[in-house]
Design a protein around this ligand. Structure first.
Ligand SMILES: Cc1cc2nc3c(=O)[nH]c(=O)nc-3n(C[C@H](O)[C@H](O)[C@H](O)COP(=O)(O)OP(=O)(O)OC[C@H]3O[C@@H](n4cnc5c(N)ncnc54)[C@H](O)[C@@H]3O)c2cc1C
Length: 492
């Protein structure tokens, strides 16, 4: 039996960030992880000597001044980050669109398209830029939401004028904003935004809440790139930093139950029992409920919201490709008029040619994913499910062959993962992608502030605002840990 000030369950990016924050503040912190490696959905795992990225492949926030950039400098994290001039290339039957890391270049690309409504495009991107400029700095720095200090309150007051334009788009879908700009028939932009929104706010342009969608449109422009050796290298670097600061790291130990007695939480895990007054669970709400004798109602509500989202169907390949030596990321769309899910939309990432440790004989690794609706999966019995996933993966192969023939031709081996096997890789119930779809409406603004679900029990990760990406989970992890340690939090 060991005692800590705070225990973090799960070493995904939300948990790693929370534990690092506690360790940097000098608290006695333990982080306990079921798998033998950290990172969760953003980990790098090894099969047959080959290192694949489990889910997330593109990283953001590593630039100087960004959250990860600051950690990297302050803690000398040994990670190498490759900036990519074109973080993503979108390929549809009608176009190949290099999504530049430079916003002006991207806007110019749209404006140069045949029949492009240049003035309307520029006006839309100008409004989008203002929205991103208003919101992005809030997500970049965990001290700003909630503003718990006078300096943070002052910071918000000084930029109040920047929030005013938001009043016009709150509660509206991105499509409504496009209609206002008379851009709702300019299909290259619609296809680009549908693809982007599916991977960022997890909803299409008709559903997506405009402020979130317009803010995440800045994603490619904000320190986005590739972690050399795989995204898991960053997770390992954070885990070692936690240890270096005196934190305890327990790997390969799944937490089995959580109970509270006399104001102290007791965590029963494989091979360990840990106690602390504070617990930060980097788990989906359904996973936390399964650990508790009496889950609170607020967790059930959040569970329903997460289950309205997506699971992931995956293909992991080794590929021989000598052209295009940089790591690269493709968004492939089979039919832009069909939903961007179930293999019709595939996000495909290839390791760099110089990442020789990741696969033997000059091979490169590829991670490809597509969204599948969880509610549909839950309606199917086991046999129907596996048939459905087989069909989705067949569609993924078809979309890859159609739009990325270089990857199809270079394929050397392939391993599949259904939401069920993805759940094994990441310990997520049903292989849920997490990240509550940010659908238009005020409900998207529920749960903006850190809150305790039971006294001393908090959640971090992509079911908690801002969620949705590795950077967002980390920002959420830090601000939740700060609120929990300072005792200035809401109780759900
Ligand atoms: C296919 C896919 C592609 C994505 N691509 C990108 C991308 O390119 N860029 C990006 O920024 N984001 C991407 N995302 C989103 C991003 O990966 C996730 O939002 C983020 O990594 C989730 O982090 P998290 O903090 O919620 O923790 P998780 O990643 O869910 O980690 C939770 C950890 O808890 C552990 N755990 C679970 N149960 C227990 C238990 N009982 N005891 C102990 N430990 C336990 C798990 O093993 C896991 O390590 C992608 C997501 C998916 C699914």
């Amino acid at each position: 039996m060991q005692d800590y000030d705070v225990i973090v369950i799960g070493a995904g990016f939300g948990g790693l960030a929370a534990a690092l924050e506690a360790a940097e503040q000098g608290h006695r912190v333990a982080i306990i992880e079921a798998l033998k490696y950290p990172g969760g959905c953003a980990s790098t795992f090894t099969r047959d000597g080959i290192q694949y990225e489990a889910g997330a492949t593109l990283f953001s926030g590593l630039d100087e001044g960004n959250l990860f950039g600051q950690w990297r400098a302050r803690l000398s994290l040994p990670v190498h980050f490759d900036h990519l001039a074109t973080p993503i290339e979108l390929r549809t039957p009608e176009m190949t669109l290099p999504i530049s890391a430079n916003r002006d270049t991207l806007i110019d690309t749209f404006c140069a398209m045949p029949g492009a409504p240049v003035d309307r495009l520029r006006a839309f991107f100008a409004e989008q830029g203002r929205v991103a400029e208003a919101l992005w700095p809030i997500f970049d720095d965990p001290t700003r939401l909630p503003p718990l200090s006078w300096s943070a309150i002052g910071w918000h007051l000084r930029r109040l004028h920047q929030y005013l334009p938001l009043a016009r788009i709150i509660g509206r879908s991105l499509f409504e904003v496009l209609q206002r700009h008379h851009l709702h028939t300019f299909t290259p932009l619609l296809h680009y935004l549908n693809a982007l929104c599916q991977i960022t706010v997890q909803a299409n342009i008709h559903e997506a809440e405009a402020p979130f969608a317009m803010s995440t449109m800045d994603y490619p422009f904000r320190g986005t790139g590739h972690v050399r050796g795989g995204i898991g290298e960053l997770a390992w670097a954070m885990l070692r930093a936690i240890e270096g600061l005196g934190g305890t790291v327990v790997l390969s130990s799944r937490v089995r139950s959580l109970s509270r007695d006399g104001g102290v939480w007791q965590i029963q895990a494989r091979g360990a029992t840990l106690r602390a007054p504070l617990v930060i669970a980097n788990l989906l709400p359904q996973a936390v409920s399964a650990l508790l004798p009496e889950p609170p109602k607020a967790l059930a509500r959040l569970t329903t919201e997460v289950a309205s989202g997506w699971g992931a169907a995956m293909l992991y390949r080794t590929v021989r490709l000598d052209t295009h030596p940089e790591p690269y990321h493709l968004e492939l769309v089979g039919d832009p008029d069909a939903p961007f899910i179930e293999g019709n939309h595939v996000f495909c990432s290839l390791s760099g040619q110089d990442e020789r440790d990741r696969a033997p004989d000059g091979l490169r690794t590829m991670t490809a994913s597509t969204h599948v609706p969880v509610q549909r999966l839950q309606r199917l019995d086991q046999r129907e499910r596996s048939r459905y996933i087989d069909e989705v993966q067949a569609k993924m192969r078809q979309t890859i062959a159609q739009h990325a023939p270089e990857l199809a031709a270079g394929e050397v081996s392939e391993m599949t993962a259904s939401p069920r096997t993805f759940a094994r890789f990441t310990r997520r119930p049903d292989g849920l992608v997490g990240g509550i779809p940010r659908r238009a409406g005020w409900a998207s603004y529920r749960g903006l502030l850190p809150r305790a679900f039971l006294p001393g029990l908090y959640l971090v990760g992509d079911s908690v605002f801002p969620g949705q990406s590795t950077l967002a989970c980390a920002v959420g992890g830090v601000r939740t840990m700060r609120a929990a340690l300072s005792g200035r939090q809401l109780v759900a």
